[in-house]
Write a protein that binds this ligand. Structure first.
Ligand code: CA
Ligand code: CA
Length: 175
C-alpha cells in the first residue's frame, strides 16, 4: 500500500498530537500551608494580621477563618498574657493548624513563648489554654501556664501533634 503525501502528513500530525498528550502535564501542586507570623505579644483581638499587629489570637482567628492548612510562626519571643476581656483563645475547630513556638527567635529546645492564662481565672466558662476539636493540628514549643481547667484540651480530635511544650496549671511557675 502506498501512502499518499497527504495521508502521511495526517498520520504524522496524529502522531505528534498523541506525543503532545503523552507528555505529563504539570501536576497541581500540593496545597501548601499558608504561614501567619505572630509579631506582637499583646493579646490583640481584631482577627487581622495585615493591620500592623498580629497577635496569637489574631493569627488563630485568621487560620480558623480560612480553609486549608495554616502554620502560625512566631517573630517574637516572650510572654503573651491573655486579656480577661478577650477570654480564651479561639478553639481549633477546622483542623490542620500548626502553632509552632519553635520558630520564635532564640528557641533552642525549650519554649521561649509563654502563654499566661492567669487573667482568665474565675471567669464563668471553662478556661483551657488551647482547645483542639479537630484533626491534624500541631502545638509545638510553647509554655502554657495558669489555665484553671488545663493547658491543652482535646476532644473528638485525631492525628494531632503536641510536642516540645511545657505546661503548668493552675499555679504560675517561678521563672
Ligand atoms: Ca491585628
Ligand atoms: Ca485554616
Amino acid at each position: 500500500m502506498t501512502l499518499t503525501f497527504s495521508r502521511m502528513f495526517r498520520l504524522l500530525a496524529i502522531f505528534l498530537l498523541a506525543l503532545a498528550f503523552s507528555v505529563p502535564s504539570s501536576r497541581p501542586l500540593p496545597a501548601r500551608a499558608a504561614t501567619i507570623t505572630v509579631d506582637t505579644l499583646t493579646d490583640e483581638t481584631d482577627g487581622s494580621c495585615s493591620d500592623g499587629d498580629c497577635s496569637l489570637r489574631d493569627a488563630m482567628l485568621l487560620a480558623e477563618s480560612k480553609l486549608g492548612p495554616d502554620t502560625i510562626d512566631f517573630g517574637v519571643a516572650g510572654t503573651i498574657t491573655l486579656a480577661r476581656a478577650n477570654g480564651t483563645l479561639p478553639q481549633l475547630q477546622h483542623g490542620s493548624t500548626v502553632i509552632d513556638g519553635t520558630t520564635a527567635p532564640g528557641y533552642a529546645g525549650t519554649p521561649v513563648v509563654a502563654i499566661d492564662g492567669s487573667n482568665l481565672n474565675g471567669l464563668p466558662d471553662i478556661q483551657f489554654g488551647i482547645a483542639v476539636y479537630s484533626d491534624g493540628n500541631s502545638i509545638l514549643g510553647l509554655f502554657l501556664h495558669s489555665f484553671e481547667d488545663g493547658c491543652i484540651e482535646m476532644e473528638q480530635a485525631s492525628a494531632n501533634t503536641v510536642e516540645h511544650n511545657t505546661t503548668s496549671s493552675p499555679t504560675v511557675p517561678t521563672e
